[in-house]
Design a protein around this ligand. Structure first.
Ligand code: SAM
Length: 253
């Protein structure tokens, strides 16, 4: 190696060290960057630094740590996502389906009071909060995104309720719930194909399985019974319009 090449190698190593420190070092007192994997503490610090307590328009009874100015968070995280392959911050918003489902649960407390409830693909966990506020016997909120798991814990604290955040993909596991709710989960074909047979099985085994959908492309065409329909306000940063009509369905045979 020539002297010049050795110098270049040192410079490159130094740059890599500096980049590693910028993105992956847990600087004391500074909210950790959105990286993967994130410790629960740094995820909570990241959420507090980038969101604020607020109420979704359709279900103001529930308070959540939400992105107030959606675009900067989404873009910042998307930029990091491109580099590090981490999921976008779905947890920082209550999606149209989640808002409608949460509204429906709050308006029909008898559905979840005293019941074992699962909020599947919970994101921020708004529907889990509603079930807990209604007096459910137990509430679980399942998420594959570890930052969402931290958001669900913070949101439970904010609402003064107990919600068990279940990390990982529980699709396929045996039924232990009376009520399963899933808001806005049919936006991608692979996800829908993955979760639909399991949700149908839970319904066939006796659980009340509710889905709320604002017209996403991959909503199954059969096996759904409409139980409610409402218009909810949405963020223009997330959707191509400021409100969406959402249908709440129950899975039937
Ligand atoms: C569009 S968001 C909807 C969140 C929430 N239900 C709502 O309506 O506000 C979809 C969520 O599904 C989660 N997700 C995707 N696949 C999942 C799986 N197999 N198990 C649990 N969560 C999943 C994603 O991480 C994301 O937070």
């Amino acid at each position: 190696m020539t002297e010049g090449e050795t110098g270049e190698a040192w410079t490159l190593s130094l740059c890599l060290c500096v980049l590693w420190f910028i993105f992956f070092f847990d600087w004391p007192g500074v909210p950790a960057p959105y990286d993967a994997p994130m410790s629960p503490d740094s995820a909570a610090a990241f959420i507090r630094a980038h969101t604020a307590p607020a109420a979704p328009p359709a279900c103001p009874e529930v308070r959540l740590w939400m992105a107030t100015a959606a675009t900067p968070l989404w873009e910042a995280t998307e930029a990091f996502l491109d580099r590090n392959n981490v999921p976008p911050p779905y947890w920082a918003f209550c999606w149209a389906g989640g808002q409608a489902l949460t509204r429906y649960l709050l308006d029909h407390p008898e559905l979840s009071a005293g019941k074992r409830v699962l909020d599947f693909a919970a994101g921020c966990g708004a529907s889990a909060m509603a079930a807990a506020l209604n007096g459910a016997a137990t509430v679980e909120a399942a998420e594959i995104d570890p930052v969402a798991i931290a958001a669900i814990a913070l949101n439970a604290d904010l609402n003064g309720v107990v919600v068990g955040a279940v990390a990982g993909d529980i699709v396929g596991c045996a039924n232990r719930w009376d009520v399963v709710v899933a808001g806005d989960v049919c936006y991608e074909r692979p996800m829908t194909e993955h979760i639909w047979p399991w949700l149908k099985r839970l319904a066939a085994e006796g659980a009340t399985v509710l889905m709320a959908d604002p017209g996403r492309a991959y909503l199954p065409k059969h096996g759904l019974l409409e139980v409610a329909r409402m218009t909810v306000a949405t963020s223009l940063d997330l959707e191509d319009r400021s409100e969406r009509e959402v249908v709440v369905y129950r899975i039937v045979g």
